[in-house]
Write a protein that binds this ligand. Structure first.
Ligand code: IPE
Ligand code: IPE
Ligand code: MG
Length: 245
């Protein structure tokens, strides 16, 4: 084997789609005696770094869970802080992301957010629609249960209108009614902060994802952490229900 070929053999391709539950901002702040918002601010810095790292590593799709449909249960002031950071991120980062060829997509009920945020999201998606670099998928006001229920409702309406027959409903048509239409399922789902649950994230899409739970708090997550998770992913054997190859 040539050196180049052996090097290639040693470096398996990165997962095509990595999804991250960015958790632990509050605990990061608490450990430093800071308000929770300080943790969220540092969380945005970590997010920026991870998008860059994802591009460098050749990951095609990076999905980040930024705000769940259950996060409205938090105190209004914290919700305001999180929405403010989303605004700031979109205003400040769009140009740079676009320059780097990043395509931005949002999943979740983001159309129900404040009108100015909806405009910023529409602008970000439109501006970057033809980019061919990393696809950055941001989940905001996202919850799998409501996504699946909404898909079912749309399909039921299509059947009752006669636009679709019940026999046409299969896994492919169902998936096409989810917010992630056109995005491949995640290969790897990472959750930071030591919690080991999915918190209503990509329940349909992650059916065969490898799950990696890490003890790092999100503001401390960096390129090295992402590489560690990908290394762990490469040590796993994905069988999809078949016998070991
Ligand atoms: C993740 O950090 C950010 C969001 C859920 C928006 P948390 O705010 O959940 O941090 P912890 O879990 O309280 O430490
Ligand atoms: C999940 O984190 C949601 C996001 C990271 C956006 P949470 O901190 O809200 O999850 P739970 O409440 O601990 O399950
Ligand atoms: Mg949390």
């Amino acid at each position: 084997m040539s050196t180049e070929a052996s090097l290639k053999a040693e470096t398996p391709p990165p997962p095509q789609h990595v999804a991250i539950i960015m958790d632990g901002n509050g605990r990061w702040a608490k450990a430093r005696g800071l308000p929770r918002v300080a943790g969220h601010q540092r969380g945005v810095d970590a997010l920026r770094g991870v998008v860059e790292a994802g591009q460098e590593m050749g990951i095609d799709y990076l999905t980040l869970y930024a705000f769940s449909s259950e996060n409205w249960k938090r105190p209004p002031s914290e919700v305001d802080d999180l929405m403010g950071l989303l605004r700031l991120y979109l205003r400040r980062e769009l140009r740079e992301l676009h320059r780097n060829g990043v395509r931005i997509r949002f999943i979740g009920e983001w159309r129900r957010l404040a009108a100015d945020i909806v405009k910023l999201i529409e602008d970000a998606e439109r501006t970057t629609a033809d980019n061919t670099g990393l696809t950055l998928v941001i989940a905001v006001n996202y919850g799998s249960h409501s996504e699946i229920v909404e898909a079912s409702r749309q399909i039921a309406v299509a059947v009752s209108d006669g636009r679709m027959s019940a026999d046409d409903i299969d896994e492919t048509t169902f998936a096409a009614h989810l917010h992630t239409d056109g995005i491949p399922d995640p290969d790897l789902v990472i959750r930071t902060s030591g919690e080991q649950r999915l918190s209503n994230f990509l329940l349909w899409q992650a059916c065969y994802a490898e799950l990696v739970f890490m003890n790092v708090l999100w503001p401390d997550f960096n390129k090295r952490s992402l590489e560690q998770a990908v290394d762990e992913y490469h040590r796993r054997e994905r069988r999809y229900g078949a016998t070991s190859g």
